[in-house]
Design a protein around this ligand. Sequence first.
Ligand code: F6P
Length: 459
Amino acid sequence: MSAPLLVAANRGPVSYAYDDDGRLVARRGGGGMVSGLVSALGGSDAVWVCAAMSQADREATRRGGLLTDGPVPVRMLDIDPDVFQRAYNEIANSTLWFVNHLLYDTPLQPRFDAAWRHQWDGYVAYNRAFAEALAGEAADGAQVMVQDYHLFLVPAMLRDLRPDVKIAHFTHTPWAPPDYFALLPDDVAVEILRGLAAADHVGFLCERWSKAYIACATRVLGDCDTSKVGVHALGVDPDDLRERSHRDDVETALAELRAEVGDCAVLVRVDRTELSKNNVRGILAFGELLREHPEHRERVVHVVFAYPSRQDLRVYRDYTTAVMAAAGAVNDEFGTDDWRPVLISVRDDYPRSLAAMRLADVLVVNPVRDGMNLVAKEGPVLSDAGVVLLLSRETGAAAELAGAALMLNPYDIEATAARMHEAITMDRGERGDRCARLVAAATALPPDRWFADQVAALR
Ligand code: F6P
């Protein structure tokens, strides 16, 4: 059976693992893009095409047909593991992610040599596997919604195979400014931009990223059809979030957390340990706060969720170590027998992170660069008593939340510490007023609207 609506993304809405008895068990897929899309697709007749990311996923694909264990039927592609590794780890997460988040230590990186070119060939093959699967799955005139930097080449490849289908591409990351995008080998820059230019609609999370894309396309390809470029901000669904955050597992976690923090004010951050999230500078800023404002010692606690991500890559493992070391250093410098200033947890514990966001007095969101950052939107919606949001000006969310958040330069540790002090000492009235405005902005464009607007743009 062919589908009238297709979503293509590296990650699917479901992933597989082995239980203790070696049986396959299905789990919800992780990440902001997946949760936004799952919530948007509820009730539609879409099919989701994704990659098998583990041995268990690969085994699940051998059942044949569509996988129906998740919220949306899934066609999971068993791409050769070596091709997958080159495309996902080496190109998507080590090159394209680094370019669009400006993460390179440029005196030494990147290095585009013959070994890198071999990885790039893997990215091309992986994109081709998606394009062929989509061409085989799509009904006549189907709408195909391609997601993210893993699949930049798919629109052009699919257009060649199936001129009848309508193609949208959406980038969930920032887009690099032209001078930084120019780090890429010239032919690769052209291939990426031609890949996207073949789509009927090219979407971004905020105007800043769409303008950067237009500037790159204009410089590299000579022109850009701006009528095909759209901005679709992604917000949160307050009902879903509040319902989930009042279930028993979250209430239990909340009671435990309350017992741990006592009557201290609570600063919270919830991120993957990810270079763009700037976890290290955030923790250093908390140390600076305690140094500059001794009056906060034994009166505040920083609850840090830093669950590991992309641990196949050494640079991520090293960064995880640096995050742990930063938290340890603050605890060593300021901790007492009765007070541990940083409570860090590296386990991906969703109920506990929801509980922390309900309890937070201050939410710290300080990425060096981020496509949107949904935590910045979820935190105010989840807050029981009104939270102050500290928000990096380099996030996509800044475009919508700047008026009500306390904004910060993510590189400026001293200023971040000063913002933390301002947030902790803010009076209840101002805090409540700011939080109400944050909630209104965060919920203005829920995921179903975000998705429906892109589908409408294809018509
Ligand atoms: O920000 C882009 C993005 O695709 C998010 O939507 C998602 O949370 C994250 O990256 C996932 O990264 P990975 O699939 O490598 O864990």
